[in-house]
Design a protein around this ligand. Structure first.
Ligand code: ATP
Ligand code: MG
Length: 639
């Protein structure tokens, strides 16, 4: 695959895309045929109250029915959920028939504990099958799930309990990460203690990893109820297309997480359409997304999307490099995975390992590796492409949208990706690069804000849970009076129509009047052979307004032991930036660190790095992976 091939269209993509923008109602009526409806809709779209959009009004359907029940006729004995844990050394495959049984049992448990349609169920679970059963069980009976990443600190969990006000919480004794047991129950108990809202019941899966105290009258045991309800029949509750399926909080990279609320019918259609046209889904084959159910990728492409497409989904509990960096590729080989989905952050972890570990396995079943979640720099894309010899397909989206905004859509046409770019607009998304002040479309290669003309296509957020005003104010007020949704990402569109994401709008650096995306500088520094990973932030400077400051992780740490060598490497890196972007982009300093502060979903917390550099409080840290990373930044800045 050539990295910078100009895209030559046969016209198939262009035609489909243009139709989706010109005639959204016709386009989406056709896509709606990809799912099963209990009652057909009367109206494809009601956008009489912008920016709110109601899709498939009058229609009735169910996510669980589409993910599970509808496959029973044709593929009851096919793999549906393939649980692989390198943490507890277990593997278990559930067929669609078995999944159907498990989901009904879980649904019966929730009903027994008092859960009714519209009630919230908070799921605070490790990557074990019962987590998927619980999600699908909620969908089956019309309960609204709110999955909170397992192992989140108790104060993060408490704030989500107070926001979602769940009737029941489903949890487990513990998770395990890189072989270390993380006890969840004490975190959960403390969170419930802190929260003002109290759930009526807590349903506990006991994995036998960490002994815990049960609260009498509140805590119930999953295994005991499972025995009691093993033959339970729980029919599907048909839901309005516009009913709420779930609430999910954004990653919290830029501040307080927002509770994204999703519908039923629009989401089902969007996922089905994306599985077909974007993710090369094929019924009967297996899909492997390495994310976690705590994130949007886990909702859309571990649980609902692949199952709806009649695919087996690999449900992986573990890290990418244990027992070694070959583990994911072994899974691809052993389970004949046809499509894989991961994140650049994981590939950067692999990059520090030996490429041969990736090459050891037979990957002939694999069609492509999709990557999303943060910028995929060209060097990293090239590295993984060389290692796997498979198409590497970047895609760009947000928790808010639920499915990709930008991606080459090989299900429609065999387009080549360009490394460094997450591709072209996905059907349904009227994406533009707009000038921040004039709200006019930018010219080719001119920087602006990536924005989507309303109404948003099916599958996107309906509102912020419980706060319509916040939804309107946060996302729709940047380009008033026009109904335009801001992604808060900064980007350009090139002469071939490919987009490039240059960083978050609040990450833009203004050096002596030049506006630079942090991403551009990071991309340049990443191209230095010694660098494994880097974060660049803008720091207030009396003279220049702002200067760029870089924090880099090196592939090998020996340089860091000698101050002279470190100094020389720093100068060398600056030279690379000078030659690629010009001296104006040169960072004031390149600090070397062992770890960078990230959210649990693997995104760089640039705002906290910036705050530390400017001597401010790092702000909302509820979703940080490793607080010790901030200490490294602090001491680097002092020295
Ligand atoms: P919060 O909104 O709470 O600050 P967040 O934006 O990190 O958190 P997510 O919805 O998980 O929460 O992430 C979406 C963001 O991730 C995008 O707006 C973009 O900044 C970044 N992103 C996702 N995919 C890509 C990609 N392929 N290339 C570049 N950036 C990406
Ligand atoms: Mg965001």
């Amino acid at each position: 695959m050539s990295s910078n091939k100009k895209y030559q269209s046969s016209g198939a993509y262009q035609n489909l895309y243009e139709e989706s923008i010109r005639n959204p109602k016709g386009f989406w009526a056709r896509q709606a045929e990809l799912i099963d409806w209990h009652k057909p809709f009367d109206k494809v779209l009601d956008d009489s109250r912008p920016p709110f959009a109601a899709w498939y009004v009058g229609g009735e359907t169910n996510l669980c029915y589409n993910a599970v029940d509808r496959h029973l006729a044709e593929r009851a004995d096919q793999a549906a959920l393939i649980y692989v844990s390198t943490e507890v050394d277990q593997e278990r495959t559930y067929t669609f028939r078995e999944l159907h049984r498990e989901v009904q049992i879980a649904a019966a448990m929730l009903q027994k504990l008092g859960v009714k349609k519209g009630d919230r169920v908070l799921i605070y679970m490790p990557m074990i099958p019962q987590a998927a059963f619980a999600m699908l069980a909620c969908a089956r009976i019309g309960a609204i799930h709110s999955v909170v990443f397992g192992g989140f600190a108790s104060h993060s969990l408490a704030s989500r309990i107070d926001d979602a006000k769940p009737t029941v919480i489903v949890s487990a004794d513990a998770g395990s990460r890189a072989g270390k047991v993380v006890a969840y129950k004490p975190l959960l108990d403390e969170a419930i203690e802190r929260a003002s809202h109290k759930p009526a019941k807590v349903l506990m899966v006991n994995r036998g990893l960490s002994a815990f105290q049960s609260v009498a009258g509140r805590d119930e045991d999953y295994a005991s109820l499972h025995v009691q309800l093993k033959d339970a029949q729980v029919p599907v509750t048909w839901l309005k297309s516009t009913d709420i399926s779930y609430i999910l909080y954004t990653s919290g990279t830029t501040g307080k997480p927002k509770g994204v609320q999703r519908d039923v019918g629009g989401y089902a259609v969007a996922l089905a359409a994306s599985m077909k046209h974007v993710f090369l889904g094929e019924a009967g084959k297996n899909f492997f997304a390495t994310s976690d159910i705590g994130w949007v990728v886990g909702h859309s492409y571990i649980v609902y999307g692949p199952l709806m497409a009649g695919m087996g989904t690999v449900f992986y509990e573990g890290v990418p490099i244990r027992p070694d960096a070959g583990i994911w590729w072994k899974i691809v080989q052993d389970h004949q995975v046809s499509v894989m989905f991961s994140a650049p952050t994981a590939v950067r972890v692999l990059k520090k390992q030996d490429q041969s570990l990736l090459r050891k396995y037979n990957l002939s079943s694999l069609k492509a590796l999709f990557l999303a979640g943060e910028p995929l720099d060209e060097t990293t894309a090239q590295w993984i492409s060389d290692a796997l010899q498979k198409p590497i397909i970047d895609n760009y989206w947000q928790t808010e949208t639920g499915w990709p905004i930008l991606c080459v859509q090989r299900g429609i046409e065999d387009m080549d990706p360009k490394f460094g770019s997450p591709g072209v607009p996905v059907f349904g998304f009227n994406v533009n690069v707009l000038d921040e002040t004039t709200a006019q479309p930018c010219k080719v290669n001119e920087k602006g804000v990536v924005a989507i003309e309303g109404p948003l296509p099916p599958g996107c957020m309906q509102t912020v849970w419980g706060d319509d005003e916040r939804f309107v104010k946060t996302y729709w007020s940047s380009f008033k009076p026009r109904q335009v949704y801001s992604t808060f990402d900064w980007g350009i569109r090139d002469e071939d129509g490919y987009f490039f994401i240059l960083g978050r709008t609040d990450d833009v650096i203004n050096v002596a009047g030049h506006r630079l995306g942090t991403r551009e500088i990071e991309e340049s520094i990443s191209s230095h052979p010694a660098v494994a990973e880097v974060a660049v932030v803008g720091v207030a400077d009396q003279l220049k307004g702002q200067v760029a400051m870089a924090f880099a992780i090196l592939k090998t740490s020996d340089v860091m032991e000698s101050p002279e060598k470190a100094k020389a490497l720093e100068a060398d890196i600056m030279k690379v930036v000078d030659s690629q972007l010009g001296a104006v982009a040169r960072p004031a300093r390149v600090h070397f660190v062992n770890v960078l502060p990230k959210t649990r979903s693997g995104k760089l917390l640039r705002r906290s790095i910036q705050a530390i550099c400017e001597g401010r409080d790092p702000g909302d840290m509820t979703t940080i992976e490793d607080p010790a990373a901030l200490e490294q930044i602090k001491s680097a800045v002092v020295h």
